[in-house]
Write a protein that binds this ligand. Sequence first.
Ligand code: HPA
Length: 273
Amino acid sequence: MNQVYQKVLDCYESIKERIPFTPKVALVLGSGLGNYADSMEVKAEIAYSEIRDFPVSTVPGHAGKFIFGYVGAVPVVCMKGRVHYYEGYPISDVVLPARLMKMMGAEILFLTNASGGINPSFGAGDFMLIKDHISCFAPNPLIGANIDELGCRFPDMSKVYDKKLQDKIRKAAEENKIPLQEGVYVQLTGPSFESPSEIKMLRTLGADAVGMSTVVEAIAANHMGMKICGISCVSNLAAGMTDNPLTHEEVQEAADKSAPLFKKLITESIISF
Ligand code: HPA
């Protein structure tokens, strides 16, 4: 048995009795959304630290657990806290939670994050519907023996972000008068923020927002045939676009400030799925 797959199976075996329902949506909560579950009807929680060999995030504000609950009538498993590649985990561990949530039965992976805005028409606090991604600056999570149980060796990536889910998110934003930008998200490894020249390069390549997560999870989920959607909260303008130096605290603060509206957008979107 493929060892990467065996680890996902072991994690699943160790918690399956505690999973209260088959989730429809797997929601990954990015910076600022940590307390999203407060607005859910929570049925169960499983701390990552209780799952044997599960990667536990070391980033402040990312302390981790799975939270199972209902958003309206939709059964959802939330990841409060994700694992980032820059923490030093192998990339297979970074995508293990996404694979585990698919094993729990989730059909839809809803990815959220905070990002730096690269598109000059974006402002701090904007939300961006992710229409596509650029993955080539982050390690591909499918490198290594293919896990045939999950998907094929050379998966197509021409439609990673589900068009119907995009339409539902657009509609939810419109109906609730929440302005929504759209664009391409690029993942770099971090943990350093980008240099102004890197941002210029990324803009030339067609990226609208940059961050340190999400794309590897989307690739692993697409490999497994999940439906994927994502919204990024532009917490700051990217390096070199203002005179301000970037700090994690500033990113966190801006993400916290946008959180109430972000939560509304997520809830209204999920209800419509
Ligand atoms: N760069 C990379 N990741 C980020 C940023 C940024 O400017 N803001 C929030 N996450």
